[in-house]
Design a protein around this ligand. Structure first.
Ligand SMILES: Cc1cc2nc3c(=O)[nH]c(=O)nc-3n(C[C@H](O)[C@H](O)[C@H](O)COP(=O)(O)OP(=O)(O)OC[C@H]3O[C@@H](n4cnc5c(N)ncnc54)[C@H](O)[C@@H]3O)c2cc1C
Length: 390
């Protein structure tokens, strides 16, 4: 906090690092150096995005060129080989600077290719490490919470590979992705296919989202899209397990991104409170208690994420579901508190706190809807307890 010459309290210096002091000790000097560099670049990129001088895809390419977007990818595919837990903090920094950059600073869904050893040497993976964006298409118009029951998109064998027909809905980055990992039914199984976005059998149609408007979003229609035998990831029955393993790593990253965005909103709220408390006027309406409560919730949530990620790069899928659902709830509730406490000014459509609130609402559905995620966690715990009693 600073005092100007007229005695008025001015804005606090915003920095994501003021939220991370309890977890800093986990990172070594080289990791902290990388994180510092990442934050400096993210700050510049978020300003460029706001001013419209750069697109999200350009920001992603820059972050990959600088060794941030591929920092935690394995060295043998051209990545930096940093620990997975480092990516959690990169995502917190991303969220703090601009939630729309959520998939600009990591491999994102290209990590699905890493789960099949046959893809390690392939050009497609190396392009993704260099910054090409890969989308994922699992959700179908009839619902996305249970991939195992998806039945709209079908793959049939051809002499040279597979032909995919069907529809995928609510897919992120449909225009920007260079390729998609598309999940399709093959008889009783679900298989995963790598499909270039230029495939003749693939049509894209945009939908208008409520938030997260930085990237495009919409439907993919597959009309006899042909792919090669070698474009299958894993075997014909591997789709559901690839999806689960991938999202066990992906969901905690979403969680950290949302918490970073919430932390930025609380800092904007603190700036607002300071601007209203000129000349040492007493703060109104329990503002300090509310700010303290929000700060505690965010700090303890990010500490829990880091504790769960520090020992493993292959987390338990149920833990990952809880991590995502809980963090999104904490982020939404704390940002709602900030918005309500800032009065009418936070209702302007382009106010950063309002924008964050709109963007966070997308995560009640994206990457797994909150209720089904909590339901899985409840089911697993009750099941385990019942089994232990037998
Ligand atoms: C911004 C955004 C980005 C997204 N990006 C992608 C993407 O890139 N790729 C992708 O594949 N998908 C994407 N999605 C889709 C997302 O993954 C799905 O929304 C999510 O998996 C949940 O599926 P659903 O919305 O179809 O919900 P559903 O599975 O339809 O469930 C919706 C609700 O209905 C309830 N429900 C379901 N069945 C029943 C029942 N029988 N009785 C009572 N209640 C029931 C559930 O508990 C849940 O609360 C995105 C979504 C959003 C909003």
């Amino acid at each position: 906090m600073e005092r100007a010459t007229n005695g008025q309290v001015t804005a606090a210096t915003s920095s994501p690092w003021r939220w991370l002091s309890q977890v800093r000790w986990i990172f070594d000097t080289s990791e902290l150096g990388l994180l510092g560099r990442a934050d400096a670049i993210l700050q510049v990129e978020s300003t460029n995005l706001r001013e419209g001088s750069r697109t999200l895809l350009e920001a992603k390419h820059r972050l990959h060129q600088e060794g941030i977007g591929n920092a935690t990818a394995p060295r043998d595919v051209g990545g930096g080989g940093y620990r997975w837990v480092v990516q959690l903090l990169i995502q917190f920094l991303v969220g703090y600077r601009d939630l729309n950059m959520r998939d600009a600073a990591h491999l994102g869904h290209a990590e699905l290719l890493l789960l099949d050893d046959n893809w390690i040497t392939r050009e497609e993976l190396h392009q993704a490490v260099a910054g090409e964006l890969i989308g994922v298409a699992a959700t179908e118009p009839s619902g996305g919470s249970n991939l195992a029951t998806a039945s709209t998109t079908i793959a049939v064998p051809t002499p040279s590979g597979w032909e995919l027909t069907g529809e995928k809905k609510w897919i992120s980055r449909i225009e920007e992705a260079g390729a998609f990992v598309i999940f399709a039914r093959v008889h009783d199984d679900i298989a995963a296919f790598y499909v270039r976005s230029t495939n003749d059998g693939l049509a894209r149609a945009s939908l208008v989202p409520s938030g997260l408007t930085g990237w495009s979003w919409g439907c993919l229609v597959l009309n006899s899209a042909r792919v090669r035998t070698s474009d299958m990831i894993g075997d014909v029955a591997a789709g559901v397990s690839l999806f689960r393993r991938h999202f066990a790593r992906y969901r905690p990253l979403v969680a950290a991104t949302c918490l970073g965005a919430a932390a930025a909103s609380i800092d904007q709220w603190v700036d607002f409170v300071l601007s209203r408390s000129d000349g040492g006027r007493v703060l109104m309406g329990g503002a300090l208690e509310k700010i303290g409560q929000c700060r505690s919730r965010i700090i303890l949530a990010i500490s829990g994420l880091v504790a769960g990620a520090v020992q493993t790069a292959d987390p338990d899928p149920i833990w990952a579901k809880m991590a995502k659902a809980h963090s999104v709830e904490v982020a939404l509730e704390t940002v709602r508190s900030a918005a309500r406490s800032m009065g009418a000014q936070s209702y302007e459509a382009e106010h950063p706190v309002r924008r964050t609130l709109r963007n966070l609402e997308a995560f009640e559905y994206a990457d797994g809807a909150i209720d089904p995620l909590f339901r899985s966690s409840g089911y697993a715990y009750v099941r385990q307890t019942a089994d232990e009693r037998v």
